[in-house]
Design a protein around this ligand. Sequence first.
Ligand code: DOR
Ligand code: ZN
Length: 375
Amino acid sequence: MAPHLTGTATASVAYAAAMPQGSTPQRIEIPTPDDWHVHLRDGEMLDAVVGYTARRFRTAMVMPNLVPPITSSAAAAAYLDRITTAAAGVETTTDGFDPWIVWYCSPDIDTTDLVEAHGAGTARTVKYYPAGATTNSEAGGTGLSAFVDLFEVMAEHGIRLLVHAESTRPEVDIFDREEAFLVDELAPLCAQIPELAVTVEHVSTAAGISFVHDHPQCAATITPHHLARDRGDLLASGLKPDLYCKPVINSPADRDALVAAATSGDPAFCLGTDSAPHPTSAKYGPTAKAGVFNAAYGLEVVADVFARHDAVDQLAAFVSSNGCAIYGVEPPMGRLVLEHEAVDVELATHLTTATGDDVVLFGTEEASRWTVTNV
Ligand code: DOR
Ligand code: ZN
């Protein structure tokens, strides 16, 4: 089913003035990007969101935190089928749309089933969630050390481990959770199994960037919202549930470290949007669900960051070639053009699912300054 786009207009011309004075419109041509971390959900939400990803990206590393989570070849194949069906009517990039199914790290995983599914293409990677750290992490683990046997098998068969790096120790401050997890849990695991390839997902701190620099077996994804916002945006002018995600958006210094890593061309870092839709009914209640829905405009947000940091020449590495090298996929055939100029059309600010749930689209401000075309 085609995605159902609705929305009210935003003041695109006013936003466009936010670029530096005197800067001239820029045209950036990049290979078709991949999204190495995305939540597509299921059912009506899947129908509503899949088109945003399939129209822009070739590969989508699809997170497994469904209820129940993906822990078997049967569940993985059925989910891949549902995603493919939902995306069937979408006009994709010239490279097509290739959803990758991730398994949820759980004692329920049968290693023989995992290895066979890896060979069959229905278990690309395995994702570890600390129990209680984020949305649908109830089935997660209470420590990486409990899964060493599984990780040994994964290392032997070249199956990469994706990690949600947040300590859930209650005494650890919310803004220090990433560093605590990396020091307490991931560092010992890396030392124990140096052959295990690991991706630190949605790295959010300077400490996380340093950790990746210091551990050659690790790569990291970085999100548009962690690159473009800091905790002042989340908290300073009224609490913004639409910016609440896990790990939380951190300090300006942390954001600057992420931008420096992303714009450096360092092959260890690639784009993973962590696009995570939640209906406004779950965002604006007494407790907000964690997640930012950025599949619609995340690429514009990233391009805007790179342009503001005079690094558009590194955009292709971050959104395309670095991820291809990390995940061992061929470079894409297609190209995508981003032009920096005020968008003279009304931009949707939210989507509405078939059952009437609204989801806010992140990045309308940046999207008003860019046009994107597949070529
Ligand atoms: O903000 C987040 N939302 N972080 C996660 O790790 C999960 C995600 C979701 O599934 O909503
Ligand atoms: Zn995620």
